[in-house]
Design a protein around this ligand. Structure first.
Ligand SMILES: [Zn+2]
Length: 526
């Protein structure tokens, strides 16, 4: 009885703090020790494998673009790891993708002086074979309308076309704000806004989009497409995919792109030479890697760890989503070691082709309705290397009850910085938990501290091993392993009753639960 009252008070307290501040400050741990929890913490403290795994996956295998041999090597590596840990794992094919392999790309300015440029080919860039293309450059001009652009088009023949604006500064905002006068900071920001608006207007007036313009320029005989997608930090660009089929598409870093742009504008007529090698591999299977520790009491109910396995390939995919991947792998390794007979089956999904639209997880949801229908909880992490600082009920009305209870077993130094919000809203996209929420299954996102993720590592050339914060990653491993353990042990199935979603103040309409979206099963060919 006393215990019940005590629990009720604790519960009410945690609720009120959760609602009042969205933060759970619970002070020193008074709960009785739990040996599984203790062993999880001890194993990660004394025997962490994440640095070794990170070196193998990020440095040796490299980025994991869908359809590349590296994605396949990562699959084989993960399957071997799980096998070595005594965990059964399999690759589940769910579609086909355009197979491509990145080769060398080398881009130099050869006139009016020689400079090797910091540049790289975009994903799926066509190969120049054993040729190096040397040509002058032309900047997308500011013309009146699509007819004027159509008349200009033939002049691109034999030239590289620069399709990105000139950034007025390569200094990130925090650097400007630290050293600049208020007036000069404002002036630079105004210049940038004006230049951005002007550039967007050019593309619009041309009658094309950023997607269709390179294709039109290719048709008009351009030698190649040169772009620069600055990510608003020092030395950092986002590297996405090429749209051209025959001519190279390369990204040149802000500093070198600006150099070329100014030389073209001043009439110095710079020339660059571009050499890109790559291999088309035809259609290749695309897959998820799924592993599991079979439940001993309720094997047909599932707790799932979740993180996408694929990445863009400008860097090594270290924080997007290498760290999420390793967090879940390491948690599985530890769970198998210290909790080998879970009540419910504990699974992990390493999804393919998240970057092209949550395709791997959407396919899993479509192909495994039984698992999804018996999901106790899914925990996904996919926003960088930082320690988890927020968790939402994702729109499930009673999620506060079980999530706060599961969290209560997490050591306070990890738990106290996790801000919870209930009932929250269901994931509409963004990462793979949304695929499960859309099907009404309880998929939760573990939101990380940002560590300048959006500017510096997300989809950039700098998403590399050195950006990983291993202390934070280890905390996340402990957190998710304990959550999985608690979800597995819970005497009750978690409620998936949906909250009434709020009225959107902008439209005055009731927010609707997101609808399931079909996976793209054949991708990269258009
Ligand atoms: Zn991601």
């Amino acid at each position: 009885m006393r215990k019940l009252i005590y629990l009720a008070i604790l519960f009410a307290m945690s609720l009120s703090t959760a609602f009042a501040q969205g933060r759970r400050e619970t002070g020193p741990d008074t709960a009785p020790k739990d040996s599984v929890v203790e062993n999880i913490i001890r194993e990660e403290k004394n025997n962490a494998q994440v640095q070794l795994l990170a070196h193998q996956l990020f440095d040796s295998i490299g980025p994991r673009l869908v359809g590349t041999p590296q994605m396949e090597a990562a699959r084989d590596w993960a399957l071997a790891k799980y096998k070595s840990w005594g965990i059964s794992a399999e690759a589940q094919n769910w579609g086909v993708w355009r197979g491509w392999e990145r080769g060398i790309s080398h881009i130099d300015m050869v006139s009016p002086r020689v400079r090797t440029l910091e540049a790289t080919q975009l994903a799926w860039c066509p190969s120049t074979g054993n040729k190096t293309i040397t040509a002058g450059l032309v900047i997308l001009p500011d013309l009146a309308d699509s007819a004027a652009y159509a008349a200009w088009m033939p002049s691109v023949k034999g030239r590289f076309v620069m399709i990105s604006m000139l950034q007025p500064t390569g200094r990130p905002d925090d650097n400007l704000e630290q050293f600049g006068t208020t007036e000069s900071v404002q002036k630079i920001k105004d210049q940038r806004t004006k230049a951005t608006d002007n550039w967007n207007a050019r593309i619009k007036k041309s009658g094309y989009t950023t997607r269709t313009l390179p294709v039109a320029l290719e048709k008009a005989g351009a030698a190649g497409i040169v772009s620069s997608y600055w990510s608003a930090g020092f030395g950092v660009d986002k590297i996405f995919g090429a749209y051209t089929k025959k001519i190279p598409s390369v990204d040149i870093m802000l500093e070198d792109y600006g150099l070329l742009y100014r030389l073209v504008e001043s009439g110095a007529d710079p020339r660059i030479s571009v050499h890109t090698e790559s291999k088309e591999r035809g259609p290749v299977p695309t897959f998820n890697v799924v592993a599991g520790i079979r439940g001993s009491e309720k094997p047909e109910e599932y707790v799932m760890l979740s993180a996408h396995f694929d990445s863009w390939d400008g860097g090594s995919g270290a924080t997007d989503n290498g760290t999420g991947t390793l967090m879940m792998m390491e948690a599985m390794r530890i769970l198998q070691k210290v909790y080998p007979h879970p009540k419910r089956t504990i699974m992990v999904g390493h999804w393919g082709s998240e970057e092209q639209g949550l395709n791997g997880s959407r396919a899993f949801v479509e192909d495994h309705p039984d698992t999804v229908g018996h999901l106790q909880a899914l925990f996904n992490q996919d926003n960088g290397t930082g320690r988890v600082i927020n968790m939402s009920g994702q729109g499930y009305l009673h999620a506060y009850e079980y999530l706060t209870r599961w969290l209560s077993k997490v050591p306070s130094d990890i738990r106290d910085s996790v801000k919870t919000s209930f009932p929250g809203t269901p994931g509409g996209g963004g990462s793979d938990f949304a695929s499960f929420d859309a099907a009404g299954a309880p998929g939760f996102s573990l939101g990380a501290l940002n560590w300048a993720y959006f500017n510096y590592t997300w989809h950039t050339n700098r998403d590399t091993y050195d950006k990983v914060v291993f202390d934070d990653l280890s905390k996340n491993v402990v957190l998710v392993a304990i959550l999985a353990y608690m979800a597995s042990e819970d005497p009750n199935r978690s409620s998936t009753e949906k909250a009434v979603l709020p009225v959107n103040p902008r439209t005055g309409e009731q927010t609707k639960w997101p609808a399931q979206v079909k996976a793209i099963r054949k991708g990269g060919f258009d």
